[in-house]
Design a protein around this ligand. Structure first.
Ligand code: HEC
Length: 149
């Protein structure tokens, strides 16, 4: 019995391995495509959500906040702020509170970190809230573990 790998055995391993991983690759691509399609149907990015993201980017909120863990650690995580403000039980109330929060900054409360005032129009504030709501509905597999972020 030969101890060395023959040329034909090496070729078979190469072709077999290539075919095996190609099939896995095709399977993963199909899975990604179906997941993206499902998200587009069940969790669509509406024009308002897209506008909200633009407002978020324009004012660089991420310079202080994290969203789904991305960003700076100066101010609270906002990926789940919609849930924290009770949006699941009272959508209109959460919308109003979030808009009021942004309008009323800085709070001037002694000993608390301050958020600057941003001059954001009413439609842009609504879009921002739509963006927060949309973000809170992304399946993050229960992250963050605590609702406080
Ligand atoms: C310079 C830093 C800074 C920037 C930039 C900033 N924030 Fe804040 N934000 C804060 C701080 C600090 C707090 C917490 C203040 C407190 O608890 O009194 C906060 C709190 C909040 C809260 C309430 C969070 C909660 O859990 O109660 C919301 C909503 C919010 N910010 C939205 C925004 C949005 C939208 C933008 C961009 C337009 C933004 N922030 C930009 C510093 C910032």
């Amino acid at each position: 019995m030969s101890e060395t790998l023959t040329k034909s055995a090496a070729r078979n391993i190469f072709y077999g391995g290539t075919a095996f991983f190609f099939v896995i690759f095709v399977g993963l691509v199909a899975h990604s495509v179906s997941t993206v399609n499902e998200m587009a149907i069940n969790h669509p990015v509406t024009p308002s959500v897209a506008r909200g993201k633009e407002v978020w980017e324009k004012h660089a909120c991420i310079d202080c906040h994290t969203i789904m863990g991305e960003g700076a650690y100066f101010a609270p995580e906002l990926g789940n702020v919609w849930v924290r403000y009770g949006g699941r039980d009272d959508a209109a109330g959460a919308r109003e509170s979030l808009k009021l929060w942004v309008k009323n900054q800085p709070s001037g409360i002694e000993g608390r970190r301050q958020m600057p005032h941003f001059d954001i129009s009413e439609p842009d504030l609504d879009a921002l809230v739509d963006f927060f709501k949309w973000t809170s509905e992304v399946n993050t597999q229960n992250w963050p573990p605590k609702v406080s972020g």
